[in-house]
Design a protein around this ligand. Structure first.
Ligand code: 6PG
Length: 248
C-alpha cells in the first residue's frame, strides 16, 4: 500500500489486538472531547469487534470513555431488524451500549428493518443533519472502525458490488449475491474522510488477503479494503500475527 499515513501494528494475540484497539479508542475519544466537546465514531460489525466492545465496557476501560459525549454510528448493517441475531447494532448494544451510560439520542443506528434503499436514504439524512452538511459535503468521523473479511470486503463494500465504486452517495445499499441479501453501508468517500481509521484484523484465514490488500496491485473490485485510503486522516492496521503471517 505504501501510504505514508498508514501504520501496521502486529499484535501477538487477539487479546492484545483488543487491548490496543481499546487504548486507541480511549485516546481518540478523550482527545476529540477535549478539542471539540464530542467524539463521533462509526462502529464495525461482524464478530471480531465483540471483544473490543466488551473490553471498553469492562472495569479496565469503562471509566476512561466519555460515554455521554460519544456519538455512535455504524459503518454498515445487515438488512435485518435491530433485534435480529445478525444485527451489528444488536451486537454492539449487547456487548457495550446497553451497559454503559450512553444517552439514547447519541446512538444512531441504521434503520435496517426498512427497505434497503429507504434505509440508506434515511441514514444519509441522519448524517447530513448531525454533521450539518451542505450539499456535496462529507461527514468527518473522529474514528471509523473497520474489519476485513477473508474475501477482502470491509464494511459492506463487497467485491463486485457498485458500492465499492460509489463516489456521490454517503450511504449505499448493495445487493450481495453470496448472501442473497442487501446490505447498507457507508461509502468509501465517507469512510476515507475520517480523522482516524482503525482496521482490526485477526486470524490466519485473512493472511493471504491482507498481503494482497497491503502489498498487491490495486484491484478494489476484488479487494474492496484497498479503497480505504484516508484523504487527510490516519490509518492504523491492527493485525494479529496470524493475519500478518504473509506480510514481508
Ligand atoms: C459486517 C462487518 C464486516 C466485518 C467483516 C470482518 O457487517 O460483517 O461490518 O465488514 O468487519 O466481515 O468480520 P470479522 O471481523 O468478524 O471477521
Amino acid at each position: 500500500m505504501g501510504d505514508s499515513q498508514a501504520e501496521i501494528r502486529v499484535c501477538s494475540s487477539t487479546e492484545e489486538l483488543s487491548q490496543q484497539a481499546a487504548g486507541e479508542f480511549v485516546r481518540l475519544a478523550q482527545e476529540a472531547v477535549q478539542v471539540g466537546g464530542r467524539f463521533t465514531v462509526a462502529l464495525s460489525g461482524g464478530s471480531s469487534p465483540r471483544s473490543l466492545y466488551t473490553l471498553l465496557s469492562s472495569d479496565k476501560f469503562r471509566d476512561k470513555v466519555p460515554w455521554s459525549k460519544t456519538h455512535f454510528f455504524w459503518g454498515d448493517e445487515r438488512h435485518v431488524p435491530p433485534d435480529h441475531a445478525e444485527s451489528n447494532y444488536r451486537m454492539a448494544s449487547e456487548t457495550m451500549l446497553s451497559k454503559m451510560p450512553v444517552p439514547p439520542e447519541n446512538i444512531r443506528r441504521i434503520p435496517s428493518e426498512k427497505n434497503a434503499e429507504q434505509a440508506a436514504d434515511e441514514y444519509e439524512a441522519t448524517l447530513r443533519k448531525f454533521f450539518g452538511l451542505a450539499a456535496g459535503e462529507l461527514p468527518r468521523f473522529d474514528l471509523v472502525l473497520l474489519g476485513m473479511g477473508p474475501d477482502g470486503h470491509t464494511a459492506s463494500l463487497f467485491p463486485g458490488t457498485w458500492a465499492v465504486r460509489e463516489t456521490q452517495r454517503l450511504v449505499a445499499w448493495p445487493y450481495v449475491d453470496k448472501f442473497s441479501t442487501y446490505r447498507i453501508t457507508m461509502t468509501p468517500p465517507v469512510l476515507n474522510n475520517a480523522a482516524y481509521i482503525i482496521f482490526f484484523v485477526g486470524g490466519a484465514e485473512k493472511a493471504e488477503t491482507l498481503r494482497h490488500v497491503l502489498h498487491g496491485d490495486y484491484q478494489p473490485d476484488i479487494y474492496p479494503s484497498q479503497t480505504i485510503k484516508p484523504t487527510k486522516g490516519k490509518l492504523l492496521w491492527l493485525v494479529d500475527k496470524e493475519a500478518a503471517a504473509r506480510l514481508t
